[in-house]
Design a protein. Structure first.
Ligand SMILES: Cc1ncc(COP(=O)(O)O)c(C=O)c1O
Length: 446
């Protein structure tokens, strides 16, 4: 509360019972966040997979100050600004072939919501107004606005609003951890299931939305090679748009600018947010392939008050330029190999940690009750939250994630700038957290 009021003995009027009891973060530098007691937490998840460059990068802070001194805000229907145009130019330069336009928003949820509206708009424009549904994967998360949540396969986040959500169908998600099938058979089975859904629903389906790697709902669930390209072919076959939700995977997280590049896929829209601002300002974007952007020539999408504000645009442009100038993608690939090897080593030493998967600097694993059977720890243990707490006590921040209904996965996704030495500290602290988790659960491997 206000320090003067506190000194005067006035008690807070804020309802503290709904305020989470957490340490107070007072400053941050690089991959470390410091609390008011001087503890140094290694930010092993980049917050929620967002802080791509780490904290307190001087070049970004300089741009922030310079742009703030020039102009912080001009409303997009009244003025163009150079920083907004330069950011859109930079994003299109990085996007796959055929992309030629972007609309800026303030968060990932606004981005996926806009992609949904844009898909509906597109089909209206081409004379098929009955195509209004966007299908997500059965395990997925696209945001907390009602449209975004309607496309999400995330039972626990949907449950309180079920009656308000659009009745979009959900397709399938590749999740092969417990299947005895070969990769090829499993991939064929999953694509055949999508084919069946789209055959039945194509007449009313505007698009399919897919995370190249499923984040919050899946614990970095990584599809087999050929899945995204197979889904792209099915979207073409059934005449529906493909939307890549790259809110997590976009702008370098998986070692390429966009996650869909891994499978050489060109979607019709890409949504990005989180890492594009590295947490220095709220920002998101929808990137459009020409096929969809052409439907907007006479009618721009509706946006939000702060969409594309010049201050946030300048900051995001500085983030992208910093990544290019410092070859951050090379670091993601090198540190990604180190992280993969480290997690696999830990999984061998602590077999209840299973299903290690990911790419670049986006990795996940699951907590197993019986490693031989790969059975998950039961939901009521809240094992992933407890695991996060043990790691937090070891001064490592990691992110609890799906897979529904067990919610027993974890994500490790440090800033893309992490050094080799810092990554070793991350792995050491992870093992310390694991050992104390093992003690609580009597797992007996240490
Ligand atoms: C894949 C994905 N899409 C969309 C969102 C929503 O983004 P935001 O929280 O910025 O609204 C998230 C957030 O975690 C996400 O992981």
């Amino acid at each position: 509360m206000n320090a003067k009021l506190a000194e005067a003995g006035v008690s807070s009027r804020v309802n503290m019972s709904v305020t989470p009891q957490l340490p107070y973060a007072s400053r941050a530098q690089g991959v470390f966040i410091y609390d008011e007691d001087g503890n140094d937490y290694l930010d092993g998840s980049a917050g929620p997979m967002a802080v791509s460059l780490g904290h307190g990068v001087p070049e970004i802070l300089d741009v922030m100050r310079e742009q703030a001194a020039k102009i912080c805000f001009a409303y997009r229907t009244q003025f163009n600004t150079r920083s907004k145009e330069a950011l859109i130019e930079a994003l299109i330069h990085l996007a796959p072939e055929g992309f030629d336009w972007a609309f800026l928003v303030n968060s990932g949820s606004e981005g996926t919501e806009l992609a949904l509206r844009s898909a509906i708009h597109y089909w209206e424009y081409v004379g098929k107004p009955e195509k209004v549904n966007v299908l997500g994967q059965s395990i997925s998360y696209h945001g907390m606005t009602m449209g975004s949540l309607s496309m999400s396969g995330h039972a626990s986040r949907r449950k309180d609003y079920a009656s308000l959500l659009h009745e979009f169908d959900l397709g399938v998600t590749p999740y092969s951890f417990r299947t005895p099938k070969s990769d090829e058979d499993y991939l064929n089975e999953i694509l055949a299931a999508w084919d069946r859904v789209l055959t039945e629903k194509a007449a009313t389906t505007a698009g399919v939305i897919v995370e190249p790697i499923v984040g919050a709902a899946g614990g970095a669930l990584t599809p087999p090679d050929g899945y995204l390209s197979g889904l792209r072919k099915l979207c073409d076959k059934h005449d529906v748009l493909m939307i890549a939700d790259e809110v997590i995977t976009g702008l370098g997280r998986t070692g390429t600018w966009f996650g869909c590049e891994h499978d050489n896929v060109v979607p019709d829209m890409i949504v990005t947010a989180k890492g594009m601002s590295s947490g220095y300002t709220p920002m998101g974007a929808v990137l459009y392939h020409h096929r969809v952007s052409s439907s907007f020539s006479n009618a721009q999408p509706q946006g939000h008050t702060f969409s594309g504000n010049p201050l946030s645009s300048a900051v995001c442009l500085a983030v992208v330029q910093y990544m290019e100038r410092n070859n951050i993608l090379d670091n993601v690939q090198a540190r990604g190999r180190q992280l993969k090897a480290g997690l696999e080593r830990l999984s061998r030493a602590h077999p209840w940690m299973g299903g290690v998967r990911g790419r670049g600097l986006l990795w996940g694993f699951e907590l197993l009750a019986d490693p031989a059977k790969r059975s998950p720890m039961a939901t009521e243990f809240e094992a992933n939250r407890k695991f996060v707490k043990h790691c937090f006590d070891a001064k490592l921040v990691i992110y609890p994630a799906g897979v529904a209904p067990y919610n027993n996965a974890l994500i490790i996704s440090p800033p893309l700038t992490i050094t080799e030495e810092e990554l070793n500290i991350l792995l050491d602290r992870l093992e310390t957290g694991m050992r104390s988790f093992e003690k609580e659960f009597g797992l007996g491997t240490s």
